[in-house]
Design a protein around this ligand. Structure first.
Ligand SMILES: Cc1cc2nc3c(=O)[nH]c(=O)nc-3n(C[C@H](O)[C@H](O)[C@H](O)COP(=O)(O)OP(=O)(O)OC[C@H]3O[C@@H](n4cnc5c(N)ncnc54)[C@H](O)[C@@H]3O)c2cc1C
Length: 311
């Protein structure tokens, strides 16, 4: 718990970012979780995953931009990414963060940037997942998603629900009713106990409850689609069991894992005939993403440190 808090603090600290990113070898360490710094490296990583029967979602790393120019640049990067995916013929959609597209600057700025991305994605028949960030962004993220879906008519967009938030059951009930496409994860940010479950057992129990609710016959009738994003065998087995009991076809949901995490388990899911998607981040803004991965699993810190000194 202490380690988690420490790394989540480092993820947000600008000073730590400057110091740690400047360390020789830091980028090499991050490569365990990041496909590379360039778009070409992201596409190549997807090609390799596709060859093994895995689907992907590409994330051009970046978050919390503070100028409209940077938000517009991030938007352009996603347009280029969508064109590159279509040109390369690889099987991947994209994931992005709203603070990368200017949510801290203004709702409308962000909305307009995402609208352009959704239009380009639609022109290529592709799909965009809006990642979920810290709890300060939950409300505006869901509002922006619904605005684009209901007022602008986009069907190629989905959101993320975090099982650690107390509010998520209500959100899942509403989104299931709306026939939404969601990714369910545990949640990667530091949240106070009045907002999020502090005990891992409560988070896990809520995860299974939310997954089952979203896979219920009523939700499926509405067209709801679930992506189960976890590396936790207990969560994966619970979903497999429920889906089998309910006779839910395997194309009505999918499993998702992160690049560089449990690759053998990813392959095992494919071998069992489950749709499995890998989240592939690339780009130069890898620092906060890398720190959140270290926060999730202190064992990663020792794994990386050992390899670093061995090399
Ligand atoms: C595809 C994807 C997208 C995500 N998107 C978001 C998002 O938009 N917003 C957000 O807040 N969070 C997101 N997350 C992160 C998520 O919220 C969790 O922080 C992260 O997945 C860790 O939780 P877990 O479910 O894997 O289980 P944990 O409770 O962290 O781990 C449970 C068990 O899984 C196994 N495990 C976990 N990690 C490893 C590892 N590195 N190696 C071997 N075994 C391991 C171990 O057996 C461990 O005991 C995403 C995660 C994934 C997989």
């Amino acid at each position: 718990m202490l380690m988690r808090s420490f790394f989540l603090y480092l993820a947000r600290s600008r000073t730590a970012r400057k110091v740690l990113m400047g360390l020789p070898g830091a980028q090499r360490m991050a490569r365990r979780f990041v496909a590379g710094e360039t778009l070409a490296q992201g596409i190549e990583a997807v090609r390799a995953l596709n060859a093994k029967g895995l689907l992907a979602t590409l994330d051009h790393l970046g978050e919390n931009v503070v100028t409209e120019t940077d938000a517009a640049r991030a938007m352009q990067d996603y347009l280029d990414l969508l064109d590159a995916i279509a040109q390369a013929g690889v099987n991947t959609n994209v994931s992005l963060k709203l603070t990368q597209l200017g949510l801290d600057i203004g709702f409308e700025v962000c909305l307009n940037n995402l609208r352009c991305i959704l239009e380009r994605a639609a022109s290529h028949g592709n799909f965009v997942r809006i990642d979920m960030e810290g709890s300060a962004y939950t409300e505006p993220t869901l509002r922006l998603y619904r605005t684009l879906r209901d007022q602008h008519g986009f069907r190629n967009v989905g959101v993320v629900i975090q099982a650690y938030l107390h509010r998520s059951l209500e959100d899942v009930r509403a989104l299931a009713e709306e026939g939404a496409n969601i990714r369910l994860c545990k949640g990667a940010y530091k949240e106070p106990p009045h907002i999020a479950f502090a005990d891992k057992r409560d988070v896990d129990a809520n995860f299974v409850k939310l997954a089952e609710h979203f896979l219920s016959p009523q939700a499926r009738e509405r067209g709801a689609y679930l992506a189960v994003a976890t590396h936790d065998d207990k969560m994966i087995d619970a979903v497999k069991r429920y889906a089998a009991q309910q006779g839910i076809p395997k194309d009505r949901y999918e499993f998702q894992m992160l690049y560089g995490v449990r690759s053998a388990a990813q392959q095992a899911l494919v071998a069992e005939g489950y749709k499995t998607r890998v989240y592939v981040p690339y780009g130069t803004e890898w620092y906060p993403y890398f720190m959140r991965r270290l926060a999730e699993r202190p064992a990663n810190v020792w794994f990386i440190a050992r390899n670093f000194f061995r090399n």
